[in-house]
Ligand binder design. Sequence first.
Ligand code: NAP
Length: 329
Amino acid sequence: MPTLECSQHRRKGLLKMRVMDFATSTAILPLLFGCVGIFSLFKLLQHMRIKTYFQNVVVVITGSTSGLGLECAKIFYAAGAKLVLCGRDREALEDLTKELTASQVTKVQTHKPFMVSFNLADPKAIVGAAEEILQCFGHVDVLINNAGISYRGTITDTTIDVDKTVMETNYFGPVALTKALLPSMIKRRKGHIVAISSIQGKISIPFRSAYSASKHAAQAFFDCLRAEMKQYEIEVTVISPGYIRTNLSLNAVTADGSRYGVMDKTTAQGRSAEEVAQDVLTAVGKKQKDVILADLVPCLAIYLRTLAPGIFFSLMASRARKEQKSKDS
Ligand SMILES: NC(=O)c1ccc[n+]([C@@H]2O[C@H](COP(=O)([O-])OP(=O)(O)OC[C@H]3O[C@@H](n4cnc5c(N)ncnc54)[C@H](OP(=O)(O)O)[C@@H]3O)[C@@H](O)[C@H]2O)c1
């Protein structure tokens, strides 16, 4: 027995040596280093291109008074973009503009942002707002549909007016603004529409019905838009982040339309808005089409919903039961 073990051991050793000989004596190692070098060079060139890509580019950001929109404003401003900042709160927009122009965060030439304040949930306000936006710099290169509200509540308790408010802000508002700005992009055969969706635009979780529905609708709309705009060379990017540390849960509406006013643990533990804004800039610079910015678990949940829906539905039902129980107790 020991002689058998010994000869097996020797054979393994010989095999190892032959593999090493092959790797070093043939072109494998130089080839490997070459590939790593080309990949690094490609990444470096891509990084340099994105760094200069936004100089003098007209970028419109909705919901720029808070959270992700505010951080996007800072990052795109520092990249040299000509910004049109949108939100409902004029004073907050003015404060942000002052903060941006006072900051000297960048070596590239920066531009004083314009401000356009309007309520996305008011369909009548949107056409006028789009005209105002177009007057700022004469055209729009990138529209970032970022503004949004979240929702917490059971379907049975929620009034249809609340469903409509969430849909107006997260779906009809961005759709109307996009439609109002598209003709000028089509004319120039140039433009980029970005939709900030959510993981909840890919999967629905209990007690978020209105929010999930609005984000699913937005995903569907912008997927159609991407296909229809290809012929005009207009890009469409849908970005689906997981939890971000912002005021989204505080500002969420509840079943009766009142403000939720609670910082959820999941939101508080989310990624920083600054980090996500950097990923938004990279995704737009790379003209990516559909981007998921989340950890492994939400990504797996998306696959589970597609490949094993039965298991996904059972997990969600159990989650709903648990949440309801903890609310009742
Ligand atoms: N935070 C997260 O965990 C998370 C995760 C995935 C996706 N998202 C998405 O990220 C986007 C930004 O949200 P956030 O997390 O940054 O939340 P936030 O801090 O609450 O910011 C929301 C922004 O939307 C604006 N807004 C809300 N309703 C509006 C309306 N009717 N008309 C015009 N502007 C309106 C707000 O402006 P006012 O000052 O006018 O209220 C605010 O600037 C949203 O689309 C959200 O769904 C967030």
